[in-house]
Write a protein that binds this ligand. Structure first.
Ligand SMILES: [Zn+2]
Ligand SMILES: [Zn+2]
Length: 336
């Protein structure tokens, strides 16, 4: 057998055939509403029911606020040109100055959610307490969350702050694209979002349109998706040691047709020891990278027991405890 006759992914075959492949899929207006539906569906009978329902209420609030988001400062054409020339993400979270408008919108988001949480929801005290946070404390938490600094990060508050930042950055990407189409494109680091330079939350294989069958990485912050060939580690880009794992209860389901894949898998890499989940629309058209990641925490436990470290980040559920300052640098975590 010739060394060049290795298996090719569908992407490589299509690329070699010169097919048109959308490299970047920008967030769509109905996305938060669809996520909320998926979260409610997954919450039924789930051990993390209360948490998933809180996330559903937040996603519904994100949907409601997205449509009425006020005008915010957008990048200039000169900034877009400079980012494109340098191969950098235009809205890189480490550099982009957040419009203070986001803070008022964050509070409006929380009030919207609070109005809709059941009276006996265990999440109410946390949301109420978050509303008392002042601007300086909020910006400090946002900065830590966006730059992956766990030192001093309030882990209970983090998902609520993240929901407001997701709303702001998603709106920012959509408004930038509307004002200056073509602002987002190729960036140097294939492992980070081409719009905001955050890490992916998970991969998704899509159905429909030009994206049929292709794998995209879904941004944990701005909800943009960018293409990466399948069966390739999203952390070290190795193609050699990639394997797929699923929960035994799913994988061992005798009732499943032969060859049927579960809708959520962990893509593990033996070259670098990392993993990222992948959700398949071909198996369940309703899958959502954020919702399905939250609802499959047991899969994280399974692969971490097997020795793999999680790559990527879900800002709505951070792992680990906040750390005391003992002089050691914080481990890699968060979207940057
Ligand atoms: Zn992004
Ligand atoms: Zn790897």
């Amino acid at each position: 057998m010739s060394v060049t006759s290795r298996l090719r992914t569908p992407e490589e075959i299509a690329l070699n055939a010169g097919a048109e492949l959308p490299r970047l899929l920008l967030p769509q207006p109905a996305m938060f509403a669809e996520r909320a539906l998926r979260l409610r569906e997954l919450a039924a009978g789930h051990p993390m029911r209360d948490y998933l329902l809180l996330m559903a209420v937040l996603a519904e609030a994100q949907h409601a606020r997205l449509a009425h988001y006020p005008d915010i400062a957008l990048p200039t054409a000169a900034q877009a040109d400079a980012a494109a020339q340098q191969g950098q993400a235009l809205l890189d979270v480490a550099r982009w100055p957040r419009d203070p408008v986001w803070r008022g919108e964050w509070r409006a988001l929380l009030r919207h959610a609070l109005d809709r949480l059941p009276a006996d929801s265990p999440a109410r005290p946390g949301v109420t307490a978050a509303l008392a946070l002042d601007d300086a404390a909020l910006e400090q938490q946002a900065e830590r969350l966006l730059t992956g600094v766990s030192l001093g990060l309030d882990m209970a508050l983090a998902p609520l702050v993240a929901a407001g930042l997701q709303l702001y950055f998603t709106r920012l990407v959509m408004a930038t694209q509307a004002a200056q189409p073509g602002s987002f494109g190729y960036t140097e680091d294939q492992g980070r979002c081409p719009c905001c330079a955050s890490l992916p939350v998970a991969s998704i294989t899509r159905v429909g349109g030009g994206a049929e069958g292709y794998r995209y990485l879904h941004c944990t912050l701005c909800n943009a998706e960018w293409h990466m060939v399948r069966v390739k580690c999203t952390h070290c880009r190795s193609t050699g040691g990639v394997r797929f794992r699923a929960l035994e209860s799913v994988a061992a389901n005798d009732a499943a047709p032969a060859g049927k894949r579960p809708s959520v898998q962990a893509e593990t890499c033996d070259s670098c020891g990392h993993y990222l989940k992948i959700v398949h629309m071909t198996q369940d058209v309703q899958v959502d990278p954020v919702a399905d990641d939250l609802a499959t925490l047991t899969l994280d436990l399974l692969v971490s027991d097997a020795g793999y470290a999680r790559h990527g980040a879900n800002l709505l559920l951070l792992f680990g405890e906040a750390e005391e300052d003992d002089g050691t640098p914080p481990p890699e975590r968060g979207p940057r």
